[in-house]
Design a binder for this molecule. Structure first.
Ligand code: SF4
Length: 155
């Protein structure tokens, strides 16, 4: 069965900065066709649960309290890619708007709740290395692509 790397919070692991998760209702659907490999780049990069909220500020990542956590984010991104390489993973499903996992949007780096176009640290790194990254908002379309019979039924 093909393996997919997935943000650990999307499968229900309590790894978010505030110790909660973002469990997706589509996990069971994904499990019908894929083996999911949950991964949290922030935790694997050395940050704790809970931890201060962080946002991308250009090439750096800073916490709400002004701590520079770029090194941890960078390490987490490299580890994510190493896992993909080791397990032959070609696709990752990551959590939109996260400073690590955001796919199309992230917060603007000023902690004002304003979203801007951009990618999280891990998303950017994986895409540079040729891994296809989609967000949790694109899972349904992704499943339709790999299950053409469902596409037909919905017509
Ligand atoms: S870094 Fe990614 S996997 Fe970890 S809690 Fe944030 S969005 Fe979820």
């Amino acid at each position: 069965m093909e393996k997919i790397l997935i943000s650990a919070c999307l499968v229900g692991d309590n790894v978010k900065y505030d110790g909660t998760n973002n469990k997706s209702s589509l996990i069971d659907e994904l499990l019908k066709d894929f083996e999911l490999i949950p991964f949290c780049p922030e935790v694997e990069g050395g940050l704790s649960i809970p931890r201060d909220k962080s946002e991308r500020l250009g090439e750096r990542v800073v916490s709400e309290k002004g701590r520079d956590v770029t090194r941890q984010f960078s390490f987490g991104a490299e580890m994510a890619y190493n896992i993909c390489l080791y397990l032959g993973i070609k696709v990752a499903i990551l959590k939109e708007t996260s400073p690590s996992c955001g796919v199309h949007e992230i917060y603007d780096g000023r902690f004002t709740h304003r979203k801007i176009k951009g990618r999280g640290y891990t998303t950017e790194y994986l895409e540079q290395k040729g891994i296809k990254v989609i967000s949790e908002n694109e899972i349904e379309d992704f499943l339709k692509e790999i299950r053409p019979e469902e596409k037909e039924e919905s017509k």
